[in-house]
Design a binder for this molecule. Structure first.
Ligand code: FES
Length: 97
């Protein structure tokens, strides 16, 4: 499977599960238009599900590339995605200078 520029890992371990990580995953799937295990058509994001990533104290947690986003709610998701879309754009702009 080709990977996207940004890898989003949604923790579905027990601690995150009890903090509603299922809803976080559904919201990400809806927002990105892909199911877990897939990459968006524009190759920006790959969505994966993982078990405990060792940050249970800030559950529910998603890991985007190397960044932990803890205690997130469904409402935070568009903001988080935007951040990575924006970062990548700037990098590309720099690279083509
Ligand atoms: S269960 Fe999600 S970080 Fe541990």
């Amino acid at each position: 499977m080709p990977l996207g520029e940004n890898i989003i890992r949604v923790c579905r371990g027990t601690a995150c599960h009890v903090k509603n990580s299922a809803n976080i995953l559904f919201a990400l799937e809806a927002e990105l238009g892909v199911m877990a295990g897939h990459t968006t058509r524009d190759k920006k994001f790959t969505l994966e599900v993982v078990n405990c990533i060792g940050a249970c104290s800030i559950a529910p947690v998603i890991l985007v590339n190397d960044d932990y986003h803890g205690r997130i709610t469904v409402k935070d998701i568009p903001k988080i995605l935007k951040k990575y879309q924006a970062v990548k754009k700037t990098e590309t702009a720099e690279a083509t200078k």
